[in-house]
Design a protein around this ligand. Structure first.
Ligand code: CA
Ligand code: CA
Ligand code: CA
Length: 359
């Protein structure tokens, strides 16, 4: 597999999409009668769940994905979507309450044997290994929840155990199936959610949510363009929780896989139509969460007799190295530099050259 070391981008979730201009774009066919995507009707029903099934065409421009992008910074994942119709549009009247999902499915451990294949949820073309989602639900004419989701259970007892772990801020990345999942909203506040998390996340809390549930605004946020054809979404790393050993599930230096889908109930599709519909883009595989440029600064005159070397706090974990010569380099690790973003070293009599290396 080809790994793509993807540079970071600074994205603001504000409905202005100029900040996406330099993020690589992925395209998806414009749907319509007879339009196929890898042999699958581009916009299609969600009733098929076999790996070799061919779902049936459904006309639903609102979920017709035509372009998507994915990027990150030091602490957030971001996704961009463009559709033929209006993203997030749902009916709301006395008898009908529509639903619309903006879905980013993640293979968080770059391992196909954990998680589940997306065809189990009716998403085609399929690919496998998806452990967690970052997702937004619109319901009954409005934003409902932005939530994290885990597919790490094969049966009800395993799901019960996963939910118990998640009340303690722990996600185990295990084989899963579409039907057994949990989903939660993460709040950066100990009292806003149902479960306050233990240290070091004790300033946060979560609430488990279900489809069509109450409205909660947590840390996953989305913004639409004025014409609703475009959306941008953020999911901070921390909401994906930690492994049992305490390591963040999503962190810089990890490699992940990404699948993007739009899905909606039928009320606002061109009638007559009673079928839910979805559209899934080709997966982005081998996405390496590159560190931000560390911006090493060398300041020899700040302190008498010392040189102050500093780099971005976001780049803490990188290793400072020094060599007395560039013609005959002898790079040596500067002890302790991988746990800080600043080193103060005495100025000696010879030359010294410095660089930062990823661990
Ligand atoms: Ca923006
Ligand atoms: Ca499409
Ligand atoms: Ca996986």
């Amino acid at each position: 597999m080809t790994l793509h070391a993807e540079p970071t981008h600074s994205i603001t979730i504000d409905g202005n999409f100029s900040d996406w201009a330099t993020v690589p774009s992925h395209s998806d066919p414009v749907g319509g009668p007879g339009v196929l995507h890898d042999g699958i009707p581009d916009t299609h029903d969600t009733d098929h769940s076999g790996p070799n099934d061919i779902p049936v065409y459904v006309n639903h421009p609102d979920i017709d994905l035509v372009e998507y992008k994915f990027t990150h910074d030091a602490s957030n994942l971001y996704a961009y979507f463009r559709a033929t119709g209006q993203i997030g549009r749902t009916i709301s009247n006395a008898s009908k309450h529509g639903r619309y999902y903006v879905i980013v499915t993640l293979d968080v451990d770059n391992n196909l044997t954990t998680g589940y294949p997306v065809h189990e949820g009716g998403y085609f073309p399929t690919s496998a290994g998806y452990d967690m989602n970052m997702e937004v639900e619109y319901y009954d004419g409005a934003f409902n929840t932005g939530h994290y989701l885990n597919h790490g259970a094969l049966n009800q007892p395993e799901l019960d155990a996963a939910i118990q772990d998640q009340t303690n801020g722990i996600v185990r990345v295990l084989p899963g199936t579409y039907d057994y999942y949990s989903q939660w909203v993460w709040f950066d506040s100990p009292g806003a959610g149902s479960y306050q998390l233990p240290p070091p996340d004790n300033n946060a809390s979560i609430t488990f949510v279900a489809d069509k549930g109450p409205v909660y605004q947590g840390i996953i946020r989305i913004a639409l363009s004025p014409d609703k054809h475009e959306a941008e979404m953020v999911a901070p790393f921390r909401g994906f929780m930690r492994s049992p050993g305490g390591d963040p599930i999503i962190a810089l230096g990890n490699t992940i896989g990404i699948s993007i889908s739009l899905e909606a109930s039928p009320e606002l599709s061109p009638q007559p139509n009673t079928e839910w519909a979805s559209d899934t883009g080709n997966p982005i595989l081998g996405y390496f969460l590159e560190h931000p440029e560390p911006q090493l600064k060398i300041a020899p005159f700040v302190q008498n007799g010392n040189v102050v070397l500093s780099w971005l706090n976001d780049a803490t974990g990188m290793k400072l190295q020094r060599t007395p010569s560039l013609t005959v380099p002898d790079w040596q690790f500067v002890g302790g530099s991988d746990t800080t973003n600043q080193m103060i070293l005495p100025i000696g009599s010879g030359s010294a050259f410095f660089r930062l290396m990823e661990p």
